[in-house]
Design a protein. Structure first.
Length: 310
């Protein structure tokens, strides 16, 4: 209903108390100010100023509209400043997505570093599977995502680019009382009769299915559990075993041990995904993620640090 320039003119006239002074301040002619105020009053449904012998002042309707105009102009000014900071990489909102195990240590470490470097940046974090995160990048609702080719490959989308962040080795989680818990490495064939805890199997290719095929067997049983807390709980109770990436090592409960597998292909690749025209803040976070993968993480026995392979 009201144009921004008209609201700005209203505020300027109210502050100066004169059409003539407002015209000089805004580099308008006095007649242009009078015409624009008259048009604004028509849209407002009546006069907004009392015309005095020397100048003008707001009437009750004018004071009402003036209050809202000041709020609107202030909000627009703040939006302008925030957008300028956002595009300069010094503030604004940054929408970040990641898959579950990346949120255990990797992503929080990088976000902490970003917050320390750019405290005016506000992070909006989203967790989800890789295919969902890629879709959200493509439709513009995410600015950066940490994604993986596990368990079913890395999807692609128009307007999204991905770069390799690190390789993440997959281990097998066993209860401490398991017959293989003390082994240095485990051959999958030694687990041919185990029940496996997996959120997807059979409906699409997975690393577990491929690895079992290479080992010459199919799992005796698949227990479909999606969340890591559930997988750890089932494994600790001796109800099954699970593939666990090294990024999840910090979250593994004491009742479980992680053991390396002899199959060298059992590793996933972690990627940073960005839109083709990323925000400067997103590029800063990408660099901080790269730094984070070179820092020590808990090793498979959770006793001493060992690095993720960049």
């Amino acid at each position: 209903m009201f144009e921004i320039d008209a609201l700005r003119l209203l505020v300027t006239v109210a502050e100066s108390g004169s059409f003539t002074k407002a015209a000089a301040r805004l580099n308008y002619t006095q007649s242009a100010v009078s015409r624009r105020i008259a048009t604004l009053e028509q849209r407002a449904g009546g006069p907004l100023f009392e015309r005095l012998p020397r100048g003008v002042r707001l009437n009750p309707a004018g004071r009402t509209l003036h209050r809202h105009a000041v709020e609107v102009l202030d909000r627009l000014s703040r939006a302008e400043r925030e957008l300028a900071a956002l595009h300069a990489g010094h503030g604004g909102l940054l929408h970040v997505g990641a898959f579950a195990t990346a949120n255990i240590s990797l992503v929080p470490t990088a976000l902490r570093a970003l917050q320390d470097a750019e405290p005016s940046v506000e992070i909006v974090a989203v967790e989800g599977p890789t295919d969902t995160l890629i879709e959200r990048l493509a439709d513009g609702t995410l600015d950066l995502a940490v994604v993986s080719d596990y368990p079913s490959g890395l999807p692609s989308a128009d307007g999204v680019t991905t770069t390799v962040l690190c390789e993440d080795e997959l281990f097998v989680a066993l209860p401490r009382g398991h017959r293989l818990a003390g082994a240095e490495t485990v051959d999958l064939r030694e687990l041919h009769d185990a029940a496996w805890l997996q959120n997807a199997y059979g409906d699409r290719p997975t690393m577990l299915a491929d690895a079992c095929g290479r080992a010459g067997f199919s799992p005796r049983k698949i227990i479909r559990v999606a969340e890591w807390a559930g997988k750890f709980g089932y494994a600790a109770a001796g109800l099954g075993v699970a593939l666990v990436p090294s990024l999840a090592a910090r979250a593994v409960p004491d009742e479980l041990v992680l053991r390396r597998l002899t199959d060298p292909a059992l590793r996933r690749t972690v990627h940073v995904a960005l839109p083709t025209a990323p925000l400067p803040t997103a590029l800063k976070l990408r660099d901080l993620l790269r730094e984070a993968v070179t820092r020590p993480v808990v090793d498979i026995e959770r006793r001493a640090p060992s690095p993720i392979r960049p």
